[in-house]
Design a protein around this ligand. Structure first.
Ligand SMILES: Cc1ncc(COP(=O)(O)O)c(C=O)c1O
Length: 443
């Protein structure tokens, strides 16, 4: 292999086909068999809490997360809605959440009739900034909705402390971060209630689906009353048991087929997660030893500095290179590096979804009156927020997380490919001077 960077005419360092190593989700004949059996046996009806794939999935999730209750839902979104309803969020309440994330983290808040209050995020973890959360608390605040990124948990010590001091409930959005841990505890098992997603791209995948979880039996019973009218007969509290056959017009149960796929996925989930983590740790440790690159400076509650798949680069040690140029140079080497999610998610209306939600016309208003719709839907009990005056300096900064890039998640043992990535990073460091000269000429 030529030592010259590919962008300067050398041979690319990364030559292996990524397809096998990054394939996700991984389905096998086992999923095909369970699905085929269900269809052949005409067994697609929901089992209403009886034995079958849904209960099996719920038991697997409860055991894995170490929680008392798990309830399968049609989506992660529905599970979040159940979690909010379960902790008692209702019309007129305020729930503090972050703006730069998939909008369906926050939108279930509106579904409960409550008002989302956006707090800023920490520039390194990209999760809620506890200090800003505390500043945003009002007498109407009922809950805090935290998001955990994969390998990048929110500051649960600080959040739980704030919640305890102000009498607030905490809902954990664990939809994209199944397996993230905080001081050794599974994210999703720390707050009052949580949701994981089984949507196709998530790390537990069943096409669509979600699971709500909690350790609080009252929260569980209340949540079950929203969308699970046929499963309330066994609830211990007669107040909730008497809700049998009633679910406020919502129906949130998971499809049996999805639950069957999810249940098989859960069997292998930890094993597959360990492979991913072993890969990120191996790649991370090797890249962090290369001059000019390092692991992000994460807080001490992180399980590993590498599981987020992000690296820092130091432009001063790499000939003044910018993030865009570094990506270009590494991509020319064949490495599938990208800008960390946050940069992409800061684009309003990216792919039809608004990932910087406070900028959405529903909150900002427009000449068509879209801004009035929110207040019409939420009704007269809510205290209106002037979202046009909401500024979130970190969230709105397109450069965060500063000087960092993302590597792909390798889902199968990938030693050879990892070695090629390390070679690509090393080549950039060794040729930093040459690259900066060449890049300066092209500017
Ligand atoms: C952070 C976050 N929360 C919630 C959801 C909603 O999950 P689902 O697609 O299962 O409804 C998503 C979906 O991507 C998400 O990224």
């Amino acid at each position: 292999m030529s030592a010259l960077p590919a962008i300067l005419g050398g041979e690319p360092a990364v030559t292996l086909d990524h397809g096998y190593y990054t394939q996700w989700p991984i389905y096998t004949e086992e999923e095909v068999d369970v699905v085929s059996d269900l269809i052949r046996n005409h067994a697609l009806a929901s089992q209403f809490g009886g034995p079958g794939p849904i209960t099996e999935l719920e038991q697997r999730v409860a055991e894995t997360w170490g929680v008392k209750h798990a309830l399968a839902h049609s989506s992660g979104t529905a599970s979040l809605r159940a979690a909010l309803f379960g902790v008692g969020v209702g019309n007129g309440d305020e729930v503090i959440s972050q703006s730069a994330i998939h909008p369906f983290n926050c939108l279930p808040i509106i579904g409960t009739g409550a008002v989302p209050i956006f707090a800023d995020i920490d520039p390194v973890t990209l999760t809620l900034d506890p200090e800003d959360v505390e500043r945003k608390i009002t007498p109407r605040t009922k809950a805090i909705m935290v998001v955990h990124w994969p390998g990048c948990p929110a500051d649960m010590d600080a959040i739980m402390d704030i919640a305890a001091r102000h009498g607030l409930r905490v809902v954990e959005d664990n939809c994209i971060s199944q397996g993230a841990t905080h001081r050794g505890r599974m994210c999703g098992s720390i707050g009052d209630a949580a949701a994981i997603s089984f949507q196709h791209g998530k790390s537990t995948s069943a096409g669509e689906g979600g699971v709500f979880m909690t350790n609080d039996t009252e929260v569980y019973q209340r949540a079950a009353c929203l969308g699970h009218y046929e499963r309330l007969r066994e609830l211990p509290n007669p107040k909730w048991r008497a809700m049998t056959g009633f679910s406020f017009g919502e129906k949130y149960r998971m499809a049996t087929l999805s639950a069957a796929i999810g249940s098989v996925q859960m069997k292998y989930w930890k094993q597959r997660l360990d492979v991913r983590h072993a890969n990120t740790d191996k790649l991370g440790e090797a890249v962090a030893r290369i001059d000019g690159f390092s692991a992000p400076d994460y807080p001490d509650y992180f399980p590993s500095p590498y599981q987020s798949g992000r690296f820092m680069f130091d432009p001063d040690r790499l000939g003044g290179i910018s993030r865009e140029r570094l990506l270009e140079v590494l991509q020319a080497e064949g490495a599938q590096v990208s800008s960390p999610a946050q940069k992409a998610t800061l684009t309003p209306h990216a792919g039809g979804l608004t990932h910087m939600l406070h900028k959405h016309p529903v909150f900002q208003g427009n000449e068509h009156g879209t801004g009035d719709v929110l207040w019409e839907v939420l009704g007269p009990n809510v205290t209106k927020i002037d979202y046009s005056s909401v500024t979130l300096p970190v969230t709105e900064d397109p450069e965060i997380p500063y000087n960092s890039i993302r590597v792909p998640s390798f889902t199968r043992p990938a030693d050879e490919l990892i070695d090629q990535y390390v070679a690509a990073f090393a080549k950039i460091a060794t040729n930093a001077e040459k690259l900066s000269g060449a890049l300066a000429e092209t500017r």
